[in-house]
Design a protein around this ligand. Structure first.
Ligand code: ADP
Ligand code: MG
Length: 599
């Protein structure tokens, strides 16, 4: 009896559709990519019922040859790729030849297209992937795709579709991201007859920014402009006051292709560090161009995730660029008063920072030695540490008064010493605060709190992260998968040498998951008896803590004060989680004695 059969085309296309076509927005994404590949200048997208009733994409591109339209709807039919070599230098957005057959396998499609040198066009209809009608028609040059009854034959897919508004929102989002990646193209989106987005296609990123976020936000946006021998970066970032509550407004593109990158997002956040309140994220549009050889786009069927060889370089550059743009943007920088810190910023239109070649050398924090080699603390140790304030107070007034000063946020930074210590004062004493220890304390408290509040709940990743490892590492992670899952780290095996991370502990939000998983793995490999849950929790938290500011990292007064403020909210500001002191305090009396001013 034959059990093994080759799937028929409809079934295999529907399976592919499961990967490529998740919701109306994914259909729109594929269709506008095709339009862009066809060199369209203007792309109009009309949807009704959130795209579930109909999706229409009209472009003025070069069209499809009349005798090739049917071919375009066959799996792995593409005009963009001939050999695997082409993949390495791919310039077009599509290349898998999967979108049209996938879409048509789960909907009704009417395609109308005309090539430039043709007098008339053709119109074809497909239902469930099968050609039902073909005729010659009069139509403008370009292509019009009309999709109706999406998912009519795949009820399981339908279940994943949210409210029509939500779906419409995703469609607008997808088009806006494409528009940001290609300011030279004009996009129009209409939902149920109402205009939702219109970009002029004048080549200006500011125009796209204004179309998406409005003029006031745009006027205050800061421009980033970096030229490197290997890549060019252009972007706009918002002032902190225009921040959002999610990461969704941080957009990146490489070579005109919108991408998602947690790493780049994190770099931006590091650049904004301390200028944004907790849980707030900036609006960012960053476009990069680089040699396609340096980018691998074939990581995921929807092509959103990319790998590029100089990611770390780009990350470091972004951190710097954001910092410098923000610093330049706050002009005059800020006025320090004991009660409140006020900075007056003038709206800045185009602050273009250019960087000398030396700026490309790794910034100091990248190579800063990790100074906390102390062993990690258990809950019991922590409880002990929490009881005794270990701030070294070198004078008889005792810790209480000075402790209150820190708690009330009365101390203000005046300088940074040795790139390691914050020099601060209130009216009475001088404080030397170890920036790394202090930040570790702040992070640790924050993480522990969020861990306790949100318990074991994890944060599902929008785009799962694939991590390449060695076979034995994958095995070890496999062994601990259940335990890790109990603390919110959800991953699964993906072949013999990689894992896919789907959810992360809340405390890892905004941090480099790649690195954290690798660190976690190192812990597992080094220590055989990682069996107690408590240890596991500590590992996850402590790993996050390692993200603290390092010694040898230059901080601005603003950053230092933000750190002091954060410290002031803690119950125990005086020790880092390893029990080392965070602050050394010199009182006025102590100083008077030292200088023989008093008896
Ligand atoms: P891919 O984009 O990966 O090549 P698709 O299934 O999306 O695969 O499209 C198949 C082919 O159909 C494309 O390679 C292209 O030749 C043609 N095509 C699709 N849409 C358009 C369009 N809007 N304008 C011109 N050609 C198109
Ligand atoms: Mg395509």
């Amino acid at each position: 009896m034959g059990y093994i059969q080759v799937l028929d085309d409809l079934v295999s296309n529907q399976i592919a559709a499961g990967e490529v076509v998740e919701r109306p927005a994914s259909v729109v994404k594929e269709l506008i990519e095709n339009a862009m590949d066809a060199e369209a200048q203007r792309i109009i997208i009309r949807i009704t019922g959130g795209g579930m009733t109909s999706i229409e994409v009209v472009d003025d591109g070069f069209g499809i040859a009349a005798d090739e339209v049917e071919l375009a709807f066959i799996r792995h039919a593409t005009s963009k790729l001939r050999s695997i070599d082409d993949l390495r230098k791919i310039h077009s957005l599509g290349f898998r030849g999967e979108a049209l057959p996938s879409i048509s396998s789960v909907s009704n499609v009417v395609v109308r297209t005309r090539e430039k040198d043709q007098e008339s066009g053709v119109q074809l209809q497909f239902r469930g992937g099968l050609l039902t009608k073909r005729e010659e028609v009069g139509c403008p040059v370009g292509t019009r795709m009309m999709i109706t009854d999406l998912f009519y034959n795949t009820p399981a897919r339908l279940k994943f579709v949210r409210s029509l508004q939500t779906e419409a929102g995703h469609v607008v989002d997808v088009v806006s991201r494409a528009a940001a990646a290609r300011p030279d193209l004009a996009f129009v989106v209409e939902s149920d007859g109402k205009g939702n987005l219109e970009t002029p296609g004048d080549g200006m990123l500011t125009s796209v920014f204004a179309s998406v976020y409005g003029v006031p936000t745009t006027k205050s946006a800061l421009a980033i402009s970096l030229d490197h021998p290997d890549y060019v970066i252009r972007g706009l970032i918002s002032l902190p006051e225009y921040s959002k509550s999610t990461r969704n407004a941080m957009w990146f593109s490489i070579n005109g292709r919108p991408i998602r990158s947690l790493a780049l997002g994190n770099a931006i956040l590091v650049g904004y560090y301390t200028t944004l309140p907790k849980g707030r994220y900036p609006i960012v549009m960053i476009n990069m161009t680089m040699d396609p050889n340096l980018v691998d786009v074939n990581v995921h069927p929807s092509k959103l995730e990319v790998r590029f060889s100089e990611e770390k370089d780009v990350r470091d550059l972004l951190v710097r660029a954001v910092k410098e743009a923000l610093q330049a943007g706050f002009a005059p920088p800020f006025v320090n008063t004991p009660e409140s810190r006020v900075w007056e910023e003038t709206p800045v239109r185009e602050i273009v920072s250019s960087y000398p070649e030396t700026a490309f050398k790794a910034p100091s924090y990248v190579h800063a030695p990790a100074i906390s080699s102390a062993k990690q603390v258990s809950d019991a140790q922590l409880a002990m540490v929490l009881q005794e304030p270990a701030a070294t107070v070198v004078e008889p007034r005792g810790p209480q008064i000075t402790a209150q000063a820190i708690r009330k946020g009365q101390i203000r930074a005046i300088a940074q010493a040795l790139q390691m210590y914050i020099v601060a004062q209130d009216g009475e004493s001088v404080y030397l605060i170890d920036q790394h220890a202090a930040h570790e304390r702040v992070l640790y408290e924050k993480f522990r709190q969020s861990f306790q509040e949100r318990g074991k709940f994890s944060l599902p990743l929008l785009v799962a992260i694939t991590i390449d490892l060695r076979a034995h590492e994958v095995q070890i992670l496999g062994k601990y998968a259940d335990k890790a899952q109990a603390f919110g780290l959800v991953y699964e095996r993906f072949g013999d040498t990689s894992i896919v991370v789907r959810e992360i502990p809340h405390i890892w939000e905004g941090l480099d998951v790649h690195r954290l998983v690798n660190d976690f793995l190192t812990d597992l490999l080094e220590e055989r008896d990682l069996d107690s849950m408590l240890k596991m929790e500590d590992r996850l938290i402590m790993r996050a803590c390692k993200a603290a500011i390092k010694a040898n990292q230059t901080l601005s007064i603003m950053e230092m004060n933000a750190l002091l403020d954060a410290l002031s909210t803690l119950e125990n500001p005086f020790t880092c989680p390893h029990g080392r002191p965070t602050a050394v305090i010199l009182s006025r009396q102590q100083l008077e004695r030292e200088f023989k001013r008093s008896l």
